[in-house]
Design a protein. Structure first.
Length: 163
């Protein structure tokens, strides 16, 4: 039974989670049996939200999906997939600008681990422009982020930027 389960990982920085990520999570969770969100510990990037904060925001915003779990990982995405017995990596594609780097990552991963595939979901038009970076910028200047991120994330921004 366990062997036949279609497990996937969805890796990223999620600094913080946006409606764009949640759209991918919601759609991907319907085509796999289990979806494991992996928050990457990237020592070269300085995130706005700590790992604990990103973790709890993701947990809070995905609790309605029974087959979605949140984990953190360091190192290669394919190793994280293997540790979790997943053969699929989920990624989101926003615009053509995402395409080149995503292709590069997917092809590299596939050449190292031919048994693991990457599945892309194209973003819905509403969130095609949305990234965590954009949300952070809007929040930094105290503008309304309610169309970009869920209420708990908007609240976390308010605390972070003292608005
Ligand atoms: P990274 O730092 O690896 O780009 P992110 O957390 O920004 O990680 O994104 C994780 C994944 O979610 C990536 O595949 C990214 O393309 C996708 N993604 C981010 N924002 C959106 C969005 N608005 N619509 C669809 N996919 C998105």
């Amino acid at each position: 039974m366990e062997e036949n389960m279609r497990k996937a990982i969805y890796p990223g920085s999620f600094d913080p989670v946006t409606y764009g990520h949640l759209d991918i999570i919601q759609r991907a969770s319907k085509v796999v049996d289990e979806l494991i969100i992996g928050i990457l510990v990237n020592k070269t990037k300085k995130p706005l939200f700590s790992m604990e904060e990103r973790f709890s925001l993701l947990q809070e915003t995905t609790k309605e999906f029974p087959n979605v779990t949140v984990k953190t990982f360091e190192g290669l995405t394919i190793d994280f997939a293997r540790q979790n017995g997943a053969k699929l990596i989920i990624r989101g594609l926003r615009a053509v600008t995402d395409f080149e780097s995503e292709m590069q990552i997917a092809q590299t991963n596939h050449s190292i681990a031919p048994d693991i595939d990457t599945m892309f979901f194209t973003t819905c038009l509403e969130y095609a422009f949305l990234s965590s970076t954009i949300a952070k910028e809007v929040a930094y200047y105290g503008s309304d982020v309610s169309l970009l991120v869920p209420p708990v994330v908007a609240e976390a921004f308010r605390k972070k930027y003292n608005h």
